[in-house]
Design a protein around this ligand. Structure first.
Ligand code: C2E
Ligand code: CA
Ligand code: CA
Length: 734
């Protein structure tokens, strides 16, 4: 498209150029020839005056002077009407010159001159004496009777510096110029390059330039022939010359002298010009493309850099600059475990109680600890080992061992090293670590499998904290079991696989004053699953809030029934997991259930564990206040196993302490346990909290408890947990 444009432009450009050349050529030709005609007239007149031409010497002087003033004229001559030259300018030897009426090159035009009043042009010929191409011009000189007395003749230079058309700026490198005689199609004048290429050009008619073709195209274009012959228009055609050269030709007729002005341009020249501009265009085009390409490359490069930066950011932990979970995933795909002679160990590290340290000492210190752990790990790493900083306070190390028996020693040292105090400014804190270890090929063949095994071992270590645990069959089995429980749990919540047991709470010798609601799950696949198992799994898998709600609904349904049948105050204890209590819809849902049940005799007590109070007390305490306002009391379950101090207990709005079963178990044999129970009882007295002992299995335990002022009991000695109907029976029989 673009190249077509350029080619058309070049053609149009050339046509325009040719038109202006041809117009200039014809007007210059006419002007020059008119001037020469006037000169001939003048010279002739002055020679004929008083028969001056008879004075040969005087005439020759005049002509020579004129010659000097007109460098385009080669020579002058005066001839008799019979063709005999009377005299010439002194640069010619008259005796060598032919008779003009007989000499073939001049005969026709000389005869014509005798008939014409105007100046007549002879064929351009090579003047033998001067060896120059000459265009003869002749004019008949007449007396008062119009009789020809002489013929004034001159020769115009058609080549060389002083050529008659020289200096008109007509010829340029692209145009050849011809002036052709209409009468015989002989060239009258050709531009220097044409002559240089064909020194014989003036000696013959230009045979292929018949003009018929030109006239035809004129007719095709609906232009009047007469306009062309009147010299009003110029005309262009494509044509092939006798050498087979394709040309563009423009011609114009010069009627005053019966000449054709012709200019031609070789198409090959135009093609060259086209190619030149085409290459130029192509050059520019390629340059632009190259620039665009370069820019694109730059953009892509910076885009790639940007992506790499982003990738680095997403795959690395901001604080420690270690690869994170995403970094680990990226490595997983490319990093198959290569055994070689080495064993590969994956060491999964989790900081114990990092959350509370972060809260107690501030996040700045927390951040510093994370950085310190990372640098301690780096110190234990060999060049090819990998370290990752996973979620929050979890790290992972992949390490090669040539001697597997050294793995345990390494992990033990690492555990000790990581548990060294962490300090910043003047503060110092001791943190313990739970570490899980698995290795290849023993525990799996892919990196991913080993990581999973190490994580399971870490969870196992976490149960006791400040431990390192090696992955083993037993751990794996528990893990598989738990996984299965979790799967079943997901589908069973809300189904009738769940039901409640109620375990009586008694005073004195067995008078039932309340019950504790305990959940049971009889799963179609797994059978009866123990509550301490499924409750833990529900908690760790995030299913507890849903399960807790389902349990509450079941309990309230049962309670409405018993509340109608009972005629004395009765306490019902309900276990609430921390994760359930912390749900924002816990209170509103509980309140709605409680309100709908509209219990008369039953008073609800919620059993919470100490772990709840590690959480956000600013959120918890107001909820407890609202519960209190509903008449709900709070019991601290498993009391004595946790961290609660007396000063802390003082601040908590608790109504009952429930002594953990483990103290009761060892009460008889273990003095410390008894002392502990005594303390709990004293705390209850001081803080005005009631105290209940759970897991009481024997009469002896009951008696000892009574002797140290504990009067409320729950345990197999009095009753195992009962299904609803059994409980009702028991209550009715009292
Ligand atoms: P817990 O809250 O400490 O409940 C007391 C556990 O001690 C019950 O076990 C009960 O059956 C058992 N127990 C009571 N007296 C004796 C005794 O004399 N000897 C022995 N060996 N055991 C006795 P259970 O029902 O297996 O429940 C285990 C744990 O599961 C509960 O411990 C509680 O933490 C949890 N749990 C049970 N039901 C629920 C529930 O509805 N919600 C929540 N959040 N947790 C529940
Ligand atoms: Ca309980
Ligand atoms: Ca308990």
């Amino acid at each position: 498209m673009l190249s077509k444009l350029t080619w058309d432009e070049i053609l149009e450009d050339n046509a325009q150029n040719q038109r202006s050349v041809i117009n200039l050529l014809s007007s210059s030709m006419v002007a020059t020839l008119n001037a020469q005609a006037n000169l001939l007239d003048l010279v002739g007149d002055s020679l004929l005056d008083d028969q001056n031409y008879m004075d040969e010497e005087k005439s020759i002087r005049l002509l020579s002077k004129l010659l000097n003033n007109n460098p385009a004229i080669i020579a002058f001559g005066l001839a008799q009407p019979d063709g005999h030259l009377i005299f010439t300018s002194d640069n010619l030897n008259r005796n060598n010159l032919p008779n003009l009426a007989h000499y073939p090159a001049s005969a026709d035009s000389f005869a014509e001159t005798l008939l014409q009043n105007n100046m007549v042009l002879g064929r351009t010929y090579l003047m033998p004496t001067l060896q120059e191409w000459v265009m003869p011009i002749r004019k008949a000189l007449r007396d008062e009777n119009n009789q020809v007395v002489a013929v004034m003749t001159a020769g115009l230079r058609v080549s060389g510096r002083d050529a008659f058309l020289e200096g008109n700026g007509l010829e340029d490198s692209s145009n050849a110029i011809f002036i052709v005689r209409e009468v015989d199609k002989y060239p009258q004048y050709v531009s220097p390059t044409v002559l240089a290429n064909d020194s014989e050009i003036y000696n013959s008619a230009i045979p292929d330039l018949t003009y018929d073709h030109v006239i035809d195209t004129l007719a095709q274009q609906d232009m009047p022939k007469t306009d062309l012959y009147l010299g009003k228009i110029s005309h262009s055609v494509a044509y092939t010359n006798r050498y087979g050269d394709k040309q563009i030709l423009t011609l114009k007729f010069i009627p005053q002298y019966n000449l054709w002005g012709v200019t031609t341009t070789s198409q090959s020249l135009l093609v060259t010009r086209f190619l030149h501009s085409f290459w130029l265009f192509l050059g520019c085009f390629l340059t632009v493309i190259a620039v665009i390409f370069y820019l694109f490359k730059r953009i892509i490069h910076s885009e790639q850099q940007h992506i790499q930066q982003l990738q680095y950011k997403t795959q690395h932990q901001e604080l420690t600059k270690l690869p994170n979970m995403y970094g680990l995933k990226a490595v997983l795909t490319e990093n198959e475990l290569c055994y070689g002679p080495n064993h590969i160990a994956v060491i999964y590290i989790d900081i114990d109680n990092f959350k509370s340290a972060n809260e107690s000492y501030g996040t700045d210190f927390g951040d510093q600890i994370l950085i310190d752990v990372a640098s301690r790990l780096k110190m234990h790493k060999a060049e090819k080992d990998l370290i990752f900083h996973l979620n929050g306070d979890e790290y992972l190390m992949k390490k090669a061992f040539s001697d597997p028996s050294r793995i345990e020693e390494f992990v033990s040292n690492l555990h000790r090293f990581l548990s060294q105090p962490y300090s910043r400014n003047s503060a110092e804190i001791i943190l313990t670590m739970s570490i899980g270890v698995a290795f290849s090929p023993e525990h799996g063949k892919s990196f991913e499998n080993i990581i999973q095994a190490a994580e399971i071992a870490m969870f196992e270590a976490k149960k006791q904290k400040n431990h390192f645990v090696f992955f083993g069959d037993d751990i794996y089995q528990t893990y598989q079991e738990n996984l299965q429980i979790e799967q079943q749990l997901k589908h069973s919540i809300g189904s009738d696989e769940f039901f409640m047991n109620y375990q009586p709470q008694v005073i004195n010798d067995g008078e039932i004053i309340g019950i504790e609601a305990l959940a049971r799950w009889d799963n179609a696949t797994l059978g009866l699953v123990r509550p301490d198992k499924f409750i833990k799994i529900a908690e760790s898998s995030g299913l507890m809030p849903r399960l807790g709600m389902h349990i509450l609904t079941m309990i309230f349904t049962d309670l409405k029934d018993i509340d109608r049948q009972i005629d004395r105050p009765f306490s019902v204890s309900i276990n609430i997991s921390a994760s359930q209590f912390l749900q924002h819809d816990f209170y509103p849902v509980f309140e709605a259930l409680h309100k709908t049940a509209a219990l008369q005799q039953i008073k609800i007590c919620l059993e919470l564990t100490e772990s709840l109070f590690i959480e956000d007390t600013e959120y918890i305490l107001p909820v407890i206040e609202k519960l209190h306002a509903l008449g709900i009391s709070i019991s601290l379950d498993d009391f004595g196993t946790g961290f609660s101090s007396l000063s802390m207990l003082r601040k908590l709005p608790i109504d009952e302490l429930k002594i953990d079963k483990s103290f009761i178990d060892s009460l008889i044999d273990d003095e410390t346990s008894r002392k502990m129970i005594q303390n709990i009882i004293s705390i209850g007295e001081i803080l005005d909290m009631s105290v209940i002992a759970e897991g009481v299995e024997t009469l002896e335990q009951t008696q000892v408890l009574k002797s140290i002022n504990c009067h409320r009991f729950q345990g197999y000695y009095f009753s195992k947990p009962l299904v609803w109907d059994q409980l009702k029976e028991k209550l009715m029989s009292q």
